[in-house]
Design a binder for this molecule. Structure first.
Ligand SMILES: Cc1cc2nc3c(=O)[nH]c(=O)nc-3n(C[C@H](O)[C@H](O)[C@H](O)COP(=O)(O)OP(=O)(O)OC[C@H]3O[C@@H](n4cnc5c(N)ncnc54)[C@H](O)[C@@H]3O)c2cc1C
Length: 386
């Protein structure tokens, strides 16, 4: 059995981000094994996120960036939102994988293994991994492959699911200077909320997506039908060619990952609860949490357990409350989001969603939601936990 200092189980966003930050520090001298069942040679996803100017480690692979976004809300509200000090960025999965893999290729201490992990356990001797090819052990295994429990009745469990087509049109049909971040004009129905999303590459090429926050997936043909409807009714596009497509399901849950007693297996990524429960955004949080892990390894020699703080508890409760309001249909989701974007400057809302606001700004954002529905959601979310 081969021993490493660290094993990274899953070389996707979280695994590669962690390896990248390790490689930027003296941890580059540790032996690191990255195991993934896929070769990561396709553009399997699109990451978008907002970021304050000049913040990113991955700026070299940002594919498109914008300082304004369109927002189409309920009841005829529409606005081009000024993002202030923020930039909305798009990174293509394949560019990220290639970039990090190239950076790591220069380090002989990093080994990639293309294999499926069959078993991953915490033993007294370290984190232990079995693949079809062999067995490996490490002081720490960083696990981004174990799924979160989405059945816990004490938690709120929703799915963000979407289908996107990258299309080209024979005539100019998009504004390449401004994506559509949320378009709630689409017909709403069932649990949760639905919206359109447009990332322009040029005036004749864009990724157009149909997204739902809900409790269950649609039939495959339903996504296609809704995409056709969105293109025809709202973007006024009927003549187009599909160049590429993407489909994704992101857990939106306030479930916490289970921690192992021995602490040799550390959950990261979606598996580690890095996805913001109320939005499904994970890219930036993944950067923050993996950088924090590297700092802990450098300063304390081991990953630290998540500390309880009032601030942390309060932010988690805000996520649970929004999920509760959506899941229980306490208020139409499209109207909740329209109020948030209409009544707050976008930079304040972005800072709120990034969990970087002061208590005072938190209150200012919270005062813009439908208070009755959110109070009932808050109460229910609290009762569910106890
Ligand atoms: C299509 C799509 C689009 C998204 N867009 C955005 C976005 O715009 N903004 C945003 O913030 N978030 C977005 N997300 C959410 C989130 O950022 C991504 O899901 C992100 O990839 C999560 O990182 P991760 O490392 O947890 O998982 P992944 O990136 O999926 O990495 C997990 C890796 O583990 C490997 N693996 C799984 N099981 C095994 C096994 N048994 N053995 C070996 N390897 C295994 C997989 O092959 C994969 O490479 C999107 C998600 C999807 C699916």
């Amino acid at each position: 059995m081969k021993r490493y200092d660290y094993i990274i189980a899953g070389g996707g966003l979280a695994g590669l981000s962690l390896a990248y930050y390790m490689n930027q520090s003296v941890l580059r001298n540790k032996t690191i094994l990255i195991i993934d069942k896929e070769e990561k040679k396709t553009n399997d996803r699109t990451w978008c996120f907002w970021e304050k100017v000049g913040e990113s480690s991955f700026d070299p692979v940002v594919f498109r960036r914008w300082n304004e976004v369109y927002f189409y809300g309920s009841n005829g509200f529409e606005e081009k939102l000024n993002l202030g000090q923020y930039t909305y960025k798009w990174i293509r999965g394949i560019d990220f994988y290639d970039y990090v893999r190239t950076e790591l290729a220069g380090n002989p201490n990093v080994t990639f293994l293309n294999a499926a992990i069959d078993r991953l356990t915490d033993t007294s001797d370290g984190g232990f991994v079995i693949t079809g090819d062999g067995q490996y052990i490490a002081d720490y295994v960083f696990d981004s492959i174990t799924p979160l429990d989405m059945e816990n009745p004490k938690r709120h469990n929703m799915l963000q699911h979407f289908k996107g087509w990258e299309i080209t049109t024979p005539r100019p049909a998009f504004d390449p200077t401004c994506p559509v971040m949320m378009d709630y004009r689409v017909e709403q129905g069932g649990v949760g909320v639905r919206f359109g999303y447009v990332l322009p590459v040029s005036d004749t090429r864009a990724l157009v997506e149909y997204t739902l926050f809900s409790d269950k997936l649609l039939e495959p043909a339903d996504y296609d039908r809704e995409l056709h409807t969105y293109l025809r009714d709202f973007l006024k596009i009927e003549d187009f060619t599909i160049e590429d497509e993407e489909f994704g399901v992101i857990p939106m849950t306030d479930e916490r990952p289970k921690t192992s007693k021995r602490n040799h297996v550390i959950r990261i990524g979606t598996s580690g609860g890095y996805v913001k429960a109320s939005t499904g955004y994970a890219f930036k949080r993944t950067q923050r949490f993996t950088q924090q892990l590297v700092t802990e390894l450098l300063t304390k020699g081991k990953p630290q357990r998540r500390q309880w703080t009032l601030r942390r508890w309060f932010k988690d409760l805000q996520d649970s409350t929004l999920l509760n309001v959506l899941l229980k249909g306490r208020y139409p989701g499209d109207e909740v989001f329209t109020r948030l974007y209409k009544k707050n400057p976008t930079p304040r809302l972005f800072a709120f969603l990034d969990e970087e606001t002061s208590w005072w700004d938190d209150l200012r954002v919270m005062s813009t939601v439908p208070i009755g529905a959110f109070m009932r959601g808050l109460l229910d979310a609290l009762l569910k936990r106890f």
